[in-house]
Design a protein around this ligand. Structure first.
Ligand code: AMP
Length: 376
């Protein structure tokens, strides 16, 4: 590669949360150094690199952040366009601001996937009460109303189940430009995590099965059980098509609904993804290491899964960590974040040689997260 030796690469990450921290934990063994920009002086990634405290759109903070970096990346997608452009003028930025723009706006994102020929739920843009009534006619009931921008973990979205719900929604001001989507009665939720390097090399992890509650991911199982080779190949094709179409560099996650033989795209995340955390212990090369390898122009690592893995999120309350650590083979990750309802503060990964023993291990972990699992 040209430029600095990779063992001296200085990687900047916009955002200093758990994803940034795990990116650093993935790249430090390769000799990389990390710097984070985050408005919060207590951001957890600060333990794994140099933390610049400042606003994402503050020119002074961005300048201090960019100084001397070899490459910059993001740990979340809602980065202001202007900040991405500011950084791009100074150093390589991956994934490209274009990939961010597509994923920042659910309407643009669904339109993009439809243009690739991917199956997506029926959808319509909504900016007025009239368009909301139209959406009911076109999509049928129930349908999901989501903000086009800044939605995550189910925030900014509601399910409209009856004409009364639609009337009520019409009587209130909209939260901004919205998207209405047909409500999909899916059998299960899946995700595919893939990576593309600066030289165009690609790799895809096995499909992952995801379980959400109250819009928040609680459990991921990988490889997802009962996946035919044809389905794995289909998902890989979709991921590779998306990576190529966006000339993407880094890790990308695509969330899918499985409904019978159909796979519908829900959304994509232009970054390492919560449903890929199992790869730290469960795959030959983790999504975090692969992301930094990709953006630094290095060869990618294998995405092969050692065996079956499950990742259980710790949401809201800190569990009895001692008890978790006593579970044979449980890998406990704590993000250094203060507990708060609905907040992801850590996760646990367990591995097993077959699905039946994995289910047993998941139950043992969940039994130690009574509040976190059942009610937070
Ligand atoms: P999102 O923020 O779009 O990922 O939505 C969070 C969760 O809401 C998803 O993981 C699904 O469980 C659910 N959801 C989102 N969109 C739909 C839809 N069109 N139909 C049914 N469920 C949905």
């Amino acid at each position: 590669m040209s430029g600095p030796e990779f063992s001296q690469m200085k990687v900047g990450v916009l955002g200093g949360g758990q994803l940034g921290r795990m990116l650093a934990l993935g790249g430090i063994p390769l000799g990389m150094e990390f710097r984070f920009l985050d408005p919060n002086a207590g951001a957890g990634a600060g333990q794994t690199g140099n933390l610049v405290v400042g606003a994402y759109d503050g020119t002074g903070a961005l300048e201090r952040f960019a100084e001397g970096l070899d490459v910059a990346t993001f740990e979340f997608e809602n980065v202001p366009d202007s900040s991405a452009a500011f950084l791009q003028e100074r150093l390589p930025v991956f994934p490209s601001p274009e990939a961010l723009r597509v994923s920042q706006d659910r309407l643009r994102e669904k339109t993009f996937f439809r243009s690739l020929g991917a199956d997506v739920p029926l959808f319509a843009g909504v900016t007025s009460a009239e368009e909301l009534v139209e959406a009911e006619k076109d999509l049928g009931l129930p349908f999901v109303l989501k903000t086009r921008r800044f939605g995550y973990d189910g925030k900014g979205q509601s399910v409209l189940r009856s004409s009364e719900d639609v009337k009520r929604a019409c009587s209130r001001p909209l939260e901004g430009p919205m998207i209405a989507e047909a409500h999909v009665r899916f059998d299960r939720e899946l995700s595919v995590v893939a990576v593309r390097s600066r030289s165009g090399e690609t790799a895809v992890y096995p499909l992952i099965e995801n379980h959400h509650r109250a819009g928040i991911l609680r459990l991921s199982i990988a490889p997802a059980p009962d996946i035919s080779q044809a389905l794995q190949r289909q998902a890989e094709k979709l991921a590779l098509m998306t990576l190529e179409a966006l000339d993407y560099v880094g890790v990308l996650a695509i969330e899918l609904f499985q409904q019978g033989n159909r796979r519908l795209v829900n959304e994509m995340a232009p970054r390492v993804h919560n449903s890929g955390h199992w790869t730290i212990e469960g795959a030959v090369c983790s999504q975090f290491e692969n992301h930094v390898r990709a953006i630094c122009g290095l060869a990618l690592g294998s995405t092969h899964a050692h065996m079956s893995s499950a990742m259980v999120n710790i949401v809201g309350h800190l569990p009895d960590v001692e008890a978790l650590l006593r579970l044979p083979g449980a890998h406990v990750h704590l993000y250094g974040k203060a507990p708060r309802p609905g907040r992801k503060i850590g996760h646990i990964t367990v591995l097993a040689p077959d699905h039946a023993s994995l289910v047993e291990k998941i139950a043992q972990v969940q039994a130690l997260l009574p509040q976190g699992h059942a009610s937070s």
